[in-house]
Design a protein around this ligand. Structure first.
Ligand SMILES: [Zn+2]
Length: 261
């Protein structure tokens, strides 16, 4: 979803809470777009430099190239790779919906861990040290926690983590990230096959109210230093007929209608 929309929805839910101070609000808003930026932050100059080089080489699809150097870059390209759960998407094609759901819930648990228990020391640890929370899929993502949040300041980090949680939820209600049938997730998509991703990167009207209610419920708990685990489980409930991941037939405007039968 475009960052303007993330900011719109996050601002909308933040405005429902009168007691949040402006400093916290600002960091939550930064966090709600961090999911798109975390792999190319200023701190991450090595990746940025390689990215520039690749851009100059004029390869349009280098992030998806199968040669080792490009594959390793894809680990950090969050829509496609190890961090795809940051956008409620599958890592690649044919992943069972249950596994993607698990990845997303683990990532939410990790971000929530930063919000509820994080300290300055934790920010300096390597991401792969959190295998107990994140699971083995993260073991070769070796950058430090503060690079994910682009700050070593714990106040900023905690609030940005809240924003990142909201981003994951917001993405899950767009047609370009996953398909919902009567609110339940039927298919998680993956990015590689989506040439028209941005055209469908909006929240569907029928999902907007329920998304806003969940954003509010989650934010309410996190601001009170409580876990929103139950809400996450509900938000990412799978349809009984859930299918493995694919690029999504985004042009199929009748799909949602047909699913009703
Ligand atoms: Zn996203």
């Amino acid at each position: 979803m475009h960052k303007v929309l993330h900011i719109k929805y996050t601002n909308n839910v933040l405005n429902k809470f009168v007691n949040i101070d402006d400093k916290s609000k600002k960091q939550i808003l930064i966090g709600c777009v961090a999911n798109d930026l975390c792999e190319f932050t200023q701190e991450y100059s090595d990746i940025v430099m390689r990215f520039d080089l690749l851009l100059k080489s004029n390869r349009s699809n280098f992030l998806f190239d199968s040669s080792p150097i490009y594959e390793s870059l894809a680990i950090y390209q969050s829509h496609y790779g190890k961090l795809s759960a940051l956008h409620s998407m599958a890592q690649t094609r044919d992943i069972p919906a249950k596994s993607t759901r698990k990845d997303i819930l683990k990532l939410l648990a990790f971000l929530e861990h930063i919000v509820l228990n994080g300290d300055t020391e934790m920010l300096l640890k390597s991401i792969d040290k959190f295998e107990d929370i994140l699971g083995s899929q993260i073991q070769d993502v070796t950058f430090k926690v503060y690079k994910l949040l682009d700050t070593k300041n714990i106040f900023k980090a905690k609030h940005r983590a809240i924003g990142m949680i909201l981003h994951i939820i917001e993405d899950s209600y767009t047609k370009s990230h996953c398909r919902r049938v009567r609110g339940l997730i039927k298919t998680f998509y993956y990015y590689k096959d989506q040439s028209n991703h941005s055209d469908f990167d909006v929240v569907q009207n029928k999902n907007e109210d329920v998304m806003k209610r969940y954003l509010k419920a989650v934010l309410k708990k996190l601001l009170k230093n409580k876990s929103a685990k139950l809400e996450y489980k509900d938000i990412f409930r799978l349809s009984a007929s859930a299918t493995p991941s694919f690029g999504g037939d985004l042009k199929d405007t009748y799909g949602d209608f047909l699913d009703l039968f």
